[in-house]
Ligand binder design. Structure first.
Ligand SMILES: NC(=O)c1ccc[n+]([C@@H]2O[C@H](COP(=O)([O-])OP(=O)(O)OC[C@H]3O[C@@H](n4cnc5c(N)ncnc54)[C@H](O)[C@@H]3O)[C@@H](O)[C@H]2O)c1
Ligand SMILES: O=C(O)C(=O)C[C@@H](O)[C@H](O)[C@H](O)COP(=O)(O)O
Ligand SMILES: [Zn+2]
Length: 362
């Protein structure tokens, strides 16, 4: 099967390579002169991280290397400042210098944490992202948003720090459970609604094939989603404007994740958040009934959640105030004027926000 390369341009230029059996590209992506490498990984991938270490050690063309493995707690438990401090300690004790590198090998939680460690160690060292989940591949590993959660909310501390390469080996996804693959696929659906309607057509034609990581349909939708993200972050790395569209569904979605103390998968929360944004768009008189209904149908056809506890509204509203798109006390939402026509809604009336929530509250 062929390999696809999608490039991010701008201040930092790098390639996202998508293919099968391409892990050897990780070593090739290291800058000349890298002597020490920290591979950050979750417990689930401990054995495979050791194999990756052995591959990196076997490549001696650029001289000898030291490869350290940093196993971090799973999922959101890994996105804590204490975990970043653990990685800093490992790097400090091994004398990592500015010419050394960090590799994020795992899902989005790992690539976010590894990216943050790379951004902050000595104010920035080389970062290579090797995503192993659908969500990591199509979204988290691309674009250089890195960070950790705080007690008050999701991703509240972080940095923009671009990887120098993203190696997307589809073989890595084979061990994902169908539920995990589907949850991550919510970000592909997002790409369909904000930018690439072809994704929606493919899902509607056959939702089961669309989420199957071995299918051609999956490969096509994933490449469309990555291509969209690469274009957006090439244009607006630091989220001064256009990049905000990538937050479609995230204002409510992040608040649900926080309310659930991260027992919900990110993609599942974003699924409810996207339906909420669609209903808000419809009630604000921007989106047609049919386009809002298309959200519900597509998300449900994939088995993604479309409702959340009705009684949670006051808590969700309070958490949404801390969303990064807020300005002063003013909430801002990414809505749709139509499919693939994202827009911003500033300071919506609380009654409108509540009315939209009644469409997803159960
Ligand atoms: N930086 C960004 O632009 C960006 C974009 C989207 C999401 N995110 C963040 O990504 C995180 C969610 O990422 P995620 O959905 O990948 O979750 P995750 O990283 O928590 O991984 C989900 C689960 O899958 C396991 N896993 C990972 N790879 C596996 C594999 N190949 N086989 C079997 N199991 C595997 C992990 O151990 C974990 O239990 C959230 O924290 C979210 O905020 C960041
Ligand atoms: O890359 C972006 O920009 C995104 O918003 C992508 C989102 O899918 C992702 O979940 C991101 O981490 C959310 O960012 P935040 O700034 O709202 O924390
Ligand atoms: Zn997201």
């Amino acid at each position: 099967m062929s390999t696809t390369t999608i490039s991010v341009t701008g201040n930092d230029t790098y390639d996202i390579t998508i293919g099968r059996g391409i892990l050897d590209r990780v070593s090739a992506a290291l800058a000349p002169g890298v002597r020490k490498i920290l591979v950050v990984h979750p417990p689930t991938l401990a054995a495979r991280a050791a194999e990756l270490r052995d591959r990196l050690l076997a490549d001696t063309a650029d001289g000898p290397r030291e490869v350290l493995l940093a196993e971090i707690p799973d999922a959101e438990q890994g996105k804590r400042i204490e975990v970043a401090a653990f990685c800093w300690q490992v790097m400090g004790q091994a004398d990592f210098t500015r010419s050394d590198a960090v590799i994020g090998y795992g899902g989005g939680s790992v690539t976010d944490l590894a990216g943050f460690v790379a951004a902050t160690w000595l104010r920035g060292v080389q970062l290579i992202q090797v995503p192993t989940t659908v969500l990591g591949l199509v979204d988290a590993a691309v674009g250089g948003k890195t960070g950790v959660n705080t007690a008050e909310g999701k991703n509240l501390v972080g940095a923009f720090w671009a990887p120098s390469a993203v190696v997307g080996d589809l073989d890595e996804l084979a061990s994902l459970s169908p539920n995990e693959a589907t949850a991550g696929f919510a970000e592909v659906v997002k790409a369909g609604f904000i930018w690439a309607p072809e994704i929606l057509d493919i899902i509607e034609a056959d939702p089961t094939r669309a989420v199957d990581p071995t299918s051609e349909e999956f490969r096509r939708t994933v490449e469309l989603a990555i291509d969209m993200k690469a274009k957006v972050v090439s244009d607006d790395f630091r989220e001064a404007g256009l990049r905000e569209i990538l937050n479609y569904g995230h204002t409510l979605g992040h608040a649900i994740e926080h309310a659930e103390r991260y027992r919900w998968r990110h993609g599942a929360a974003i699924s409810v958040g996207m339906l909420y944004a669609a209903e808000l768009s419809r009630l604000a008189g921007r989106l047609s009934d049919a386009a809002a209904e298309r959200h519900r149908t597509i998300l449900e056809s994939l088995g993604l959640p479309t409702s959340y506890r009705a009684g949670a509204w006051p808590q969700l509203l309070a958490t949404m105030q801390r969303d990064k798109k807020s300005r002063g006390g003013m909430l801002r939402f990414i809505l749709l004027d139509d499919i693939a026509k994202p827009t911003v809604l500033q300071a919506p009336d609380e009654s409108l926000l509540f009315a939209a929530y009644q469409e997803v509250g159960a």
